[in-house]
Design a protein around this ligand. Sequence first.
Ligand code: 13P
Ligand code: SF4
Length: 328
Amino acid sequence: MPDITLLRDKILKLKKDLNAVILAHNYQRAEVQNIADITGDSLELSRAAAKTDYRVIVFCGVHFMAESASILSPDKTVLLPEIAAGCPMADMVTVDGPRTTKRDLFTELYGITFEFPDEFTLRDLKKRHPGVPVVAYVNTSAAVKAESDICCTSSNVVKVVESLKEDTVICIPDRNLSAYAAKRTKKKIISWDGFCNVHNVQLTLDDVTRAKAEHPGALLVVHPECPPEVQDRADHITSTSGMLRYCKESTHKEFIIGTEEGILHRLRKDNPEKTFHLLSRKMICPNMKRTRLESVLRAMEKMEYVIKVPEEIRIPAKRALDRMLEVR
Ligand code: 13P
Ligand code: SF4
């Protein structure tokens, strides 16, 4: 059993020596969130990465998040403590090459088939719809962002779609986020057919029925990555930090939370008088959970793993991210 206090002390000392800032996504393990300088959702962490003065950014999250930090702060050293911490949904769309996620495995495990064949790429979709702008969820690779017009997160997708002058837009890669946006805009949305296996595959309407029966007085708050039929039964749909704000401001005392388990740490810390239940015990993102205090310490000691986006990708990707950051 590692000595948490010792690990924390070493990390805090190294942080000073390296002039480093630790950013942690709301899904990270509690002990990792506790040593972070900033915790937040994808949008907040992107903003923090864009304006930090520190020399080193230790990004406790998944690969695409560290890439976004590198895109926005190219003069900083961005470290991702666990190099295998990826996002399967982000891997479901590529610019022109083969997909890295084995989609046949999804079909095998979950019986899900995809509308677009495996060899279909973002460039193919763009060719099919010339002149239609592409809105890329931040859960995409840097290369995909570089091929897109503007980025969005779960907290600003509707504003981003509305900010475009065109009446039809392409949204990639999450079909559930697209469905969420489509309900809230008059624009026509052409969606990629990707999904998050934590919010989509691990969740059914039965989970909603069971949770509501077990906690009849609780409000149901879900992430827009959940399937539309789950969203339809929710009292509120919002990003991870949106959930933190909503539950804090609400006069309600009990909530069922439809997103990754890590969010419960902050919810309970910020609201000791309120009760939170996870919508399904299966809502755990193995990639987000890869990072431990030991990984953070090793990353800082060895300065690994450095995430650096090549300039030819970084510049167009930054254009898409900057355009999103300008949308208010
Ligand atoms: P947020 O932008 O709400 O933090 O979500 C990121 C994510 O990966 C959800 O699965
Ligand atoms: Fe990706 Fe889903 Fe994990 Fe978020 S929860 S990082 S979308 S796999």
